[in-house]
Design a protein around this ligand. Structure first.
Ligand code: G1P
Length: 295
């Protein structure tokens, strides 16, 4: 029987320094894109990919995330008494669809360390990792694209995207070889090596890792073994590099548009694009944008 991907880990303990002062008292995962917090886009992508067990790795000052995915009696009663049924459905919807557990990452020791914290909650089964800063707009949810590859190859699968040379050192980068695979039409790669945030001249390719991963439980032993890497942190990329010694790892150039909402410009682009697509808002927003004169 194929071990199905049922769980997704959301590292959310970062300090959000790029959005200060907005993130002084509010987690960056709660910054709203149109009218939903960033992390909810990732969670909805997981649900649309058949993943309903959510593990959020939080830290100090992140209780707003827990409240957001909890039931709010007062709010629901108020909306109900005022007959605001669609708002009520929007407020209730997401917490009804998921089963969420929280674990603390007491110190910000890196993405690999955050994933390792989820070990007990994940157990011996494959799982997804979602970095909610990466918001992906895709016809088929990105996680579903990755789980399809996982189910065929029973190996870890990373989301990949080509990025320009001057941006490559902001990412984990792979050395990879195209795999003949009918189902993915020339977008599947077998990974030979990975390096976290290389200097441009040391990057093995222009294929960057984007924040969607399907991992197998043996990653935990690798993460437990490796030493701190780039930035003095336990890097997930380094854990995968270690795991590559004992099993194949694949990468998929996913279909869809990715926004780096962890960056101010990327966040603004995502806001504009998602607002334009939103029923009941997009049209008047488009009309407004047409009135702006940009030199
Ligand atoms: C993390 C990962 C990196 C990956 C990136 C994608 O880096 O460490 O390998 O390419 O996410 O967004 P961060 O952006 O958290 O520094």
């Amino acid at each position: 029987m194929i071990p199905r991907v049922r769980k997704a880990v959301f590292p959310a303990a970062g300090l959000g320094t790029r959005f200060l002062p907005a993130t002084k008292a509010m987690p960056k995962e709660m910054l709203p894109l149109v009218d939903k917090p960033l992390i909810q886009y990732g969670i909805e992508e997981a649900v649309q990919s058949g993943i309903h067990n959510i593990v959020i790795v939080t830290g100090r000052g992140k209780s707003a995330i827990e409240d957001h995915f909890d039931v709010s009696f007062e709010l629901e009663q108020l909306l109900e008494s005022r007959g605001k049924t669609s708002l009520l459905a929007a407020v209730r919807g997401i917490s009804d669809m998921i089963d969420v557990a929280y674990i603390r990452q007491k110190e910000a020791l890196g993405l690999g360390h955050a994933v390792l914290r989820a070990r007990e909650l994940v157990g011996p089964e494959p799982f997804a990792v979602v970095l909610s800063d990466d918001v992906i707009d895709a016809p088929t949810p990105c996680l579903r694209q990755l789980t399809a590859v996982h189910d065929a190859y029973l190996c870890p699968v990373l989301a990949l995207m080509e990025v320009p040379g001057d941006k490559i050192s902001s990412y984990g980068v792979v050395d990879a070889e195209l795999v003949e695979d009918g189902a993915t039409g020339g977008r599947l790669f077998r990974i030979h090596d990975l390096v976290e945030k290389p200097a441009p001249q040391d990057a093995p390719s222009n294929l960057a890792i984007i924040g969607r991963y399907i991992l197998t439980p043996d990653i935990f032993d690798s993460l437990d073994t490796i030493q701190p890497g780039s930035g003095g942190e336990i890097q997930l990329t380094d854990g995968l590099r270690h795991l590559l010694r004992s099993r194949p790892i694949y990468g998929l150039k996913f279909e869809g548009r990715r926004f780096d909402a962890g960056d101010k410009l990327g966040f603004l682009k995502a806001t504009v694009e998602f607002a334009l697509k939103r029923p009941g808002l997009g049209e008047s927003f488009r009309d407004y944008l047409k009135t702006i004169r940009v030199e």
